[in-house]
Design a protein around this ligand. Structure first.
Ligand code: PEP
Ligand code: MN
Length: 375
């Protein structure tokens, strides 16, 4: 539901926020210059809509209407039954570190998520985390650096190593305490969302669970920021609907992540998955959510990870999530995704390249994207 209201009516906005919360919903306010702004009520509003008459009578409310367009929670442009359309602002997702700094996805600056495929030893996890902190400080972007690491691993073969579970989470906790950097970790089981979510700063839904609807809803109800990978066999619209499952529970803190899709053309072995970079542009244009890219699972080979990062920058991604290794010697000991892990020393060069791109090239692309608004 969209509510149009007169600017300066703070108490009306708060009343609507409170009412929405009673129905397990949240609100997203699009503040506009001029006389009126809009509130978008996020979640399943069918019951809430019975209060439409009450809302219309609140001071300063000018109109209310139900959204009829698809992707009603996450769409950039939402349309009502009479064709009335509201264009919403893109909405940043913020993850705060123990260091007190906010990582703002979709705030116009690249967010660098870096870390192992999975924590295997404390030494390895701390070495990468400390390296990431140091890099961030040296390049003046520590407020844009985050950690990653999967403790619960989805594996194709049941006998493959499947992560350290809560012991791995404890290692990530230690890395956060040591460095102040927040971390994201994958959750596969809806029964573990609360337990893992108590620890992690951000949850990840992996490609294999991108259409695990019960999991999506449980994560949405938990309310922590979430990275939603695109299912490797999913159409972009299926990915958007997956995000709607989370948003429909009132959680809009969703970061979309393109990570490559399976096609016939990857069978030749030159990459692991086909990076669908146009999907980044499309998701940025069609939704209000930040969109990041995973160059590691697209590439499958650390030697082509840097190109993949830079290619995604050209599509104005809001960040990247890259698997790294602290020491070349460890590669043979890494139990999952060793071949695609970028050495931290190489990651430094990638970071420098991204920052140079951001300074010298991105502004021109941003200006062009604005020319093609609604593309
Ligand atoms: C991962 O991030 O380690 C991972 C398993 O990713 P994906 O779900 O994209 O394969
Ligand atoms: Mn991996």
């Amino acid at each position: 539901m969209i509510i149009e209201f007169e600017n300066g009516r703070a108490s009306t906005v708060e009343q609507i926020r409170d009412l929405a919360a009673r129905f397990g919903l949240t609100i997203d306010v699009t503040q506009r210059a001029g006389v009126y702004s809009t509130i978008h009520v996020i979640g399943d509003t069918r019951e809430f809509a019975t209060r439409e008459g009450y809302i219309r009578d609140l001071p300063g409310v000018r109109a209310t209407w139900r959204v009829t367009s698809d992707f009603k929670n996450i769409a950039r442009v939402v349309t009502g039954a009479d064709g009335k359309a509201v264009r919403r602002d893109r909405r940043p997702v913020v993850v705060r570190g123990l260091d007190g700094k906010d990582r703002r996805f979709g705030g116009g600056k690249h967010i660098f998520i870096v870390g192992p495929d999975s924590p295997q030893t404390l030494e390895q996890t701390l070495a990468i985390a400390r390296g990431a902190r140091k890099l961030g400080e040296e390049l003046g972007v520590v407020d844009r650096v985050m950690l990653r690491g999967g403790a619960f691993k989805p594996r194709t073969r049941p006998t493959d190593w499947r992560g350290l579970g809560m012991k791995g989470i404890a290692m990530l906790d230690r890395a956060r305490e040591d460095t102040g950097l927040p971390y994201v970790t994958e959750v596969m089981d809806l029964n573990l969302v609360a337990e893992i979510g108590e620890h992690a700063d951000m949850l990840q839904i992996g490609t294999r669970n991108a259409q695990n609807f019960d999991l999506l809803e449980t994560v949405g109800r938990f309310g922590k920021p979430v990275i939603l990978k695109r299912g490797f066999g999913n159409e972009v619209t299926e990915w958007f609907h997956a995000a709607e499952y989370i948003a429909n529970q009132g959680d809009l803190d969703i970061v979309m992540c393109e990570r490559g899709v399976k096609t016939l053309f990857t069978k030749g072995g030159y990459c692991r998955n086909q990076p669908d970079l146009n999907a980044i542009t499309y998701a940025r244009a069609q939704t209000i959510l930040p969109v990041i890219f995973d160059p590691s699972h697209a590439a499958g080979d650390h030697r082509i990870v840097p190109e993949n990062v830079l290619a995604a920058c050209a599509h104005l991604c809001d960040g990247t999530i890259t698997e790294t290794i602290h020491d070349e010697v460890f590669r043979k000991d890494q139990l999952c995704d060793g071949g695609q892990a970028l050495l931290m020393d190489h990651y430094r060069i990638v970071m420098e390249a991204v920052l140079a791109f951001e300074e010298h090239v991105a502004p021109k692309l941003v200006a062009m994207a604005e020319m093609f608004e609604g593309r």
